[in-house]
Design a protein around this ligand. Structure first.
Ligand code: SAM
Length: 235
């Protein structure tokens, strides 16, 4: 086994409960089948997830740090909004930890894969499935004006996409309205090439929205040969 893979496995055993480990194994098996049956494009597992499944890194080091960080912060937020939840691997783990989660993605194939994965979660723990609601759509448009997010947490992980400066600003403005954020600045909008660049992004965000932005964990992305850093944002 590759040393990076061994480190990830150790961290998983440390952070995940038994039911989380069993559920994750079922999700991985189902996604591998989905990929084999439907192919990369139709399955929604193209590039990012196909690589993760090949490397056994469906639940990443970054995801594990998010789970650990939210466990430490119970009581500091009400619900967790997961922007770009993809196939819902972290969504399922969060709900098994007892969090109320609102998961959304704007990619049809990935949203369909997440829906199937939540059916699998239902078989392992119906109560955990009941703690998740899903929306199909793009953040921040997916927020309804009736949504009161002032006591909620938001996850901004792997949200790289191309848009205009105005759209990037609207995205960040909406993120800054949450009580707590876990943000992966290295992969926000465009992948950053080094730590100085992503730390500058974090400082800019802190200054613009007058919030505290603190690094809490480093992570590796072995399938891309990259590294990054997770930050907590609080008003
Ligand atoms: C690289 S994947 C990361 C998925 C997951 N968050 C993770 O870290 O494993 C990015 C996902 O975010 C979705 N996404 C990107 N920007 C989004 C937005 N503004 N609103 C909703 N989904 C978005 C994409 O469709 C894609 O499924």
């Amino acid at each position: 086994m590759h040393p990076t893979q061994r480190l990830l496995n150790d961290r998983r055993n440390e952070v995940l409960s038994e039911v989380q480990q069993r559920t994750l194994a079922s999700l991985e098996t189902a996604l591998v089948d989905r990929l084999a049956t439907m192919g990369e494009d139709a399955s929604g597992l193209y590039s990012y997830y196909a690589r993760k499944l090949r490397r056994g890194t469906l639940l990443s080091e970054c995801d594990l740090s998010v789970l650990a960080a939210l466990r430490e912060r119970v009581g500091q937020f009400r619900r967790v909004w997961e922007i770009g939840s993809g196939v819902g691997q972290l969504t399922a783990m969060l709900a098994l930890d007892g969090h109320e989660v609102i998961a959304f993605d704007r990619d049809t194939g990935r949203y369909a894969a997440m829906t199937e994965n939540l059916d699998i979660l239902e078989r392992h723990d119906p109560a955990a499935r009941g703690r998740i609601s899903t929306r199909f759509g793009s953040f921040p448009a997916v927020l309804d004006e009736k949504d009161d997010i002032r006591a909620d947490a938001v996850l901004v992980l792997g949200c790289s996409f191309t848009a205009s400066k105005m759209e990037y600003r609207a995205f960040e403005d909406a993120v800054a309205r949450f009580a707590l954020g876990l943000m992966d600045f290295p992969r926000l909008f465009t992948p950053a090439t080094n730590g100085e660049e992503w730390r500058q992004r974090a400082r800019d965000f802190a200054e613009r929205y007058r919030v505290a932005v603190v690094p809490i964990a480093n992570y590796r992305i072995p399938e891309l040969g990259k590294e990054g850093e997770l930050f907590v944002v609080a008003g």
